[in-house]
Design a protein around this ligand. Sequence first.
Ligand code: URA
Length: 488
Amino acid sequence: MPSTQLNLATHLVRLDSETDFAGWRDAARRLAMNEITPEDVAWQVEQDGEDRGKDLPAVLADAKLVVPRDFIERAETVICHCDPERFGFLYRLLWRLRSEPKLLSIASDPDIRKLEATEKAVHRDVHKMRAFVRFRKIGEGTDERYVAWFEPEHFIVERNAHFFVRRFTGMRWSILTPYASADWDGEQLAIGPGAGKRDAPGEDDAEALWQTYFASIFNPARLKVKAMQREMPKKYWRNLPEASLIPDLIAGADKAASAMIDRMPTTPAPHHAKVKAKHWPTPEPSDVVAPEAGNIPELCEEAKGCRRCPLWRDATQTVFGEGPENADVIFVGEQPGDQEDLAGKPFVGPAGKVFDTILDDAEIDRRKVYVTNAVKHFKFEPRGKRRIHSKPNAGEIQACRWWLDKELDLVKPNLVVALGATAAQSLLGKAVPITKMRGDVIEREDGLRVFLTIHPSFILRIRDHEDKEAEKERFLGDMRKVKQLMAA
Ligand code: URA
């Protein structure tokens, strides 16, 4: 805060740290109850161990301050933003809420617009940290631990630390950032002071693994440099082992990408208008506001913040569907796996490889179909350093069906392929015996045709070579049927 402003204020609040929400709340309560206007307060983060709140008024015994719960939750997010004015801004909102109880729902109010933008920036930074923290191993045996260096834009280490505890429960790890560090010793989480990049280790063996993995999932035909830089801003590149590959991969991708763009369909297929006219039921729980998304990229953006079931907590990110919006067919899998969760794309791991190969053999161009999952977050059980796939339950399938229905509504496919039991359950609203009904086409009440088949990961699990090859042939047969049905 500029010193002139400090001098004009009659009350100075000193907070313990940049994320001292309890301190802010206590001070804001005292100030508001004593009718001290926002203009009369200056806020400062304590730098050198001075006492906090020396000149704060006492809480008045008979005064009452009612604040919407929603505001408190939102304020906890905003406090993590790096804007030094955020404490005063929040107090101004609190002050206004006393005489304008509906303020939070007035989207056109400049303060509310600022509140939303600030929250969004913090959420985005939290998401980036989850996606871009890379641990490096130090020590061996009982000394083994993992250390990562990360440079967040906002004060999000405390807020994010529990995510990493849940995700990497079986490892001992530290995440170092310039303003704070988080340390998990396998039993306890400690938040400590900031560190320097040199305190974190350099390259390790896992580096090469990451690079191989990244190069293998990198699809030149799907490259969007601007989107990629938006999702993985350059500032994070210097701490990502795979980032050293990006310039070369981009340079080599141009030709393949432009050839693909030339081949992309540009006008909707004629049957779309017919299907569009039909009624598409979209069950909508009352506690969620319907998004306004008018196309798949907008819907995908909205799904990034999905909290419709608890799976978002442990997953790295929402893995949304992918493919052209005028695709004739949608393939629906179960849920993203470990690699999809990291890459943010459906079917790029081992099951995706089987799927790609067999689609190719059936002469179905994956770039022209829409591929998604019944559940958009990876559900897993941590086992040591590994994350073991765990089947989504009926509630999670139902919660995520809302997104799948929106995808169907926007893409308006001619045919949907249910890959396995979870997809079938989501699309038909009930459990169906896949092995018995495989190859069947079920017409839903809304006229949409659903083709039933196995999930490609079923093939991966077959150990016997001959049985595996036979199952691949059957799946290829199913995909050939799909190809015929797509055009019908
Ligand atoms: N299995 C699925 O069902 N979906 C994916 O995206 C990957 C594996």
